[in-house]
Write a protein that binds this ligand. Sequence first.
Ligand SMILES: Nc1ncnc2c1ncn2[C@@H]1O[C@H](COP(=O)(O)OP(=O)(O)O)[C@@H](O)[C@H]1O
Ligand SMILES: [Mg+2]
Length: 346
Amino acid sequence: MTPLSKETILEALQSVQDPDLNKNIVELGFVKDLAVCDGSIRFTLELTTPACPVKEQLKEQAQQAVLALEGAESVNINMTAQVRTTLPEGNQLGGEVRNVIAITSGKGGVGKTTCAVNIAAALAADGAKVGILDADVYGPNVPVMLGLKGHPEGDGSGRIVPLNAHGIKAMSVGFLVEDGQPVMWRGPMLHKALEKFLREVDWGELDYLLVDMPPGTGDAQISLAQLVPMTGAVVVTLPQEVSLVDVRRAIGMCEKVRVDVLGVVENMAGEIFGEGGGARTASDFSVPFLGSIPMEANMREGGDAGIPSVTKDPNSPSSKAFQMIARQLAAEVSKLPAQSLPTLEV
Ligand SMILES: Nc1ncnc2c1ncn2[C@@H]1O[C@H](COP(=O)(O)OP(=O)(O)O)[C@@H](O)[C@H]1O
Ligand SMILES: [Mg+2]
């Protein structure tokens, strides 16, 4: 019997298709460090995100494809991931940030911050390096929802060190105001604050930086798009038909500042608000539907306790939904061409 060659193994692995990227794992360059010794085979599968929704499926299919070869006795696959950047070089973000994703909505109270915090926690639980920038000047709630205490400090060389909670790096416009002090954020001031947070914060290495946007379609949206190249935006909506108007406005804003809509998330689905509106809206606008989160009492409790519900109660229906949505989002980002976004002119 001829011993197994690497070529034979790679040929077999070409039968494993990544359903999101529509190519096989060999042509995608996912197969690394292939080694064969007698009948035992080992290699690394390097995916484009640790939050890959089909991670287990790919691993299993690769295993089966190899074990079906004559002479194959055992296979050992090491699963890793390397998130690619969609941002052009010299993007002026502090640190090495690979993707910037705005969490937006047409109006407040739909669960933007809840989504930002829980999607971040879900991505971090899958092994991604995640940060949140709380840019909601009207209601900077990220510190409360993440249970952040204290204020960020300088590192001595003019850079700000973000706070860290539940494995998520975080900065908030709330850190700029004294407790309880209302602030009138005018355009230029907001622009300066966002600029500081994007340029002067040492974000370090981040796969995904989520930006919790203020509701609506105002200065913050324009400033953000001017300040950094964006990977895209997630639009959060309630299930009712009335929120369609708000979604339309939010998507219109994204188009105006040339930011891709990565998908729509429906929140608070259930008896009170119904469900299905989010999916219909996404299909109306030809954007991906990332998933639906049920209305759930423990979510509010999680938010109040400063622990994301995904972390506190990972098996609840809403947490499962967030995990799926986070992976769908990561898959949408993986589909984008690496480093090829147009430069923004607003
Ligand atoms: N799926 C859900 N089930 C129950 N309560 C939720 C859900 N999503 C959000 N909430 C609650 O609704 C309120 C508004 O959510 P929040 O994330 O602050 O909205 P936004 O940031 O859009 O203003 C919060 O009290 C939050 O805990
Ligand atoms: Mg909010």
